[in-house]
Design a protein around this ligand. Structure first.
Ligand SMILES: NC(=O)c1ccc[n+]([C@@H]2O[C@H](COP(=O)([O-])OP(=O)(O)OC[C@H]3O[C@@H](n4cnc5c(N)ncnc54)[C@H](OP(=O)(O)O)[C@@H]3O)[C@@H](O)[C@H]2O)c1
Length: 347
């Protein structure tokens, strides 16, 4: 590790994820010798304080990456497509939070608890998986290692912060309008840029991202394809239904899995997950203890509870997985990747 640290750039520094990246870099005391904060022209000139020093946000251009060693991107797919190769050309390693490169076979898709070693094959760009996928694979990997895994069926209950800062504002303003008996017009959710927009306050919307021809949404297909890539299991059966809820931060998931081994007990699964990296087990029905988004906000771990054996299938288990989508689902996983790069002497 360099004595004074690294020149780090955060692209999308003014966004929901970018702000959490800065908080996480600060909390983890990541070794930084120089920090470059980038956004679109809209936020250029804005002042941001990091470790008691005031920084001015700049418009992201190819030349912004001169001298940058680690660039954390969370400014949308089109920005990553345009600027990540420019950053790499100038010698930076890019950790990209968007979906631009996740399924590119030359780009490792990394959750350090699951496939840290894949970082060794990087060619400049490393992709950070989709938020709902990350928290799920952290809980699936110990099961795969110990008992083998063949089927996963997940339904998500996702927070609005997963759709960015504008969606958080929409939930708050709409809730206030409804409580005040005022009219409102949905403009962001379920998908900015799609034809119709629906009320999110006091509602549940079974659409995250646009629909594909096969009836699944892009978010659902991200969970399916990314899970197989991260776990290196092209034959794993995965199905997903993704739903947006009026929760500000913290994604929840009801997950059904089938393991290869027979005669595994729910207690064995609990013991295993309790000892696994990055997981906090919260599972005691007798005391009404289970994970909830409101308790997980601001924490890096993935929280697992409600573990029970299926009543019909001996190898089937149900569980409830919750995590802060802006932290483990985005900023913390990215900073964790940067820490792994330093640890493995890849930067
Ligand atoms: N939210 C999540 O849970 C989550 C999780 C994983 C991945 N992601 C991904 O991370 C990305 C950002 O998400 P977010 O939730 O932080 O969105 P957000 O709150 O809307 O923030 C977007 C950020 O990108 C910047 N930006 C927009 N256009 C740009 C451009 N042309 N050039 C440079 N910067 C530009 C914005 O700058 P201005 O202030 O100038 O507009 C802002 O800093 C998305 O691709 C999203 O899919 C989000």
């Amino acid at each position: 590790m360099e004595a004074r640290g690294y020149h780090v750039a955060v692209v999308g520094a003014t966004g929901a994820v970018g702000q959490q990246m800065l908080n996480t870099l600060e909390k983890r005391n990541f070794p930084i010798s120089k920090l470059t904060l980038l956004s679109s022209e809209r936020s250029a000139g804005k002042k941001v304080t990091f470790r008691d020093v005031e920084y001015t946000v700049q418009t992201a251009t190819p030349d912004s990456f001169e001298g940058v060693q680690i660039a954390l991107f969370s400014a949308g797919g089109s920005v990553s497509k345009e600027l990540a190769p420019e950053a790499v050309k100038r010698g930076a390693i890019v950790v990209d939070n968007t979906s631009a490169y996740r399924m590119d076979e030359n780009v490792p898709l990394v959750v350090p608890e699951v496939n840290e070693d894949a970082l060794k094959d990087h060619k400049g760009i490393i992709a950070n998986p989709n938020c709902s996928t990350i928290q799920m694979v952290v809980a699936l990997e110990p099961l795969r290692k110990q008992f083998g895994l063949n089927k996963v069926i997940v339904s998500t209950y996702q927070a609005v912060s997963g759709a960015g800062a504008a969606a958080i504002n929409e939930l708050k303003e709409q809730s206030q309008s409804i409580l005040n008996g005022e009219s409102f017009s949905p403009e962001i959710l379920p998908v900015k840029g799609d034809e119709k927009h629906y009320q999110i306050a006091f509602n549940a919307i079974p659409q995250i991202d646009k629909f594909q021809d096969n009836g699944f949404t892009f978010e659902e297909m991200k969970m399916i394809n990314e899970t197989k890539k991260i776990m290196n299991m092209s034959d794993l059966h995965v199905a997903a239904t993704c739903v947006r809820l009026p929760v500000e931060t913290g994604h929840s998931e009801s997950v059904y899995v089938e393991v290869d081994e027979l005669n595994v007990s729910a207690d064995q699964v609990k013991e295993l997950l309790k000892e696994s990296d990055g997981i906090t087990l919260q599972d005691d029905p007798s005391q009404q203890i289970y994970p909830m988004p409101a308790d997980c906000v601001g924490k890096n771990d993935v929280f697992v509870g409600r573990i029970r054996k299926d009543l019909d299938r001996d190898n089937g288990f149900h569980m409830w997985i919750v995590s802060d989508n802006l932290l483990k689902g985005a900023a913390w996983n990215s900073v964790q990747i940067a820490e792994s790069l330093v640890k493995l002497q890849l930067v």
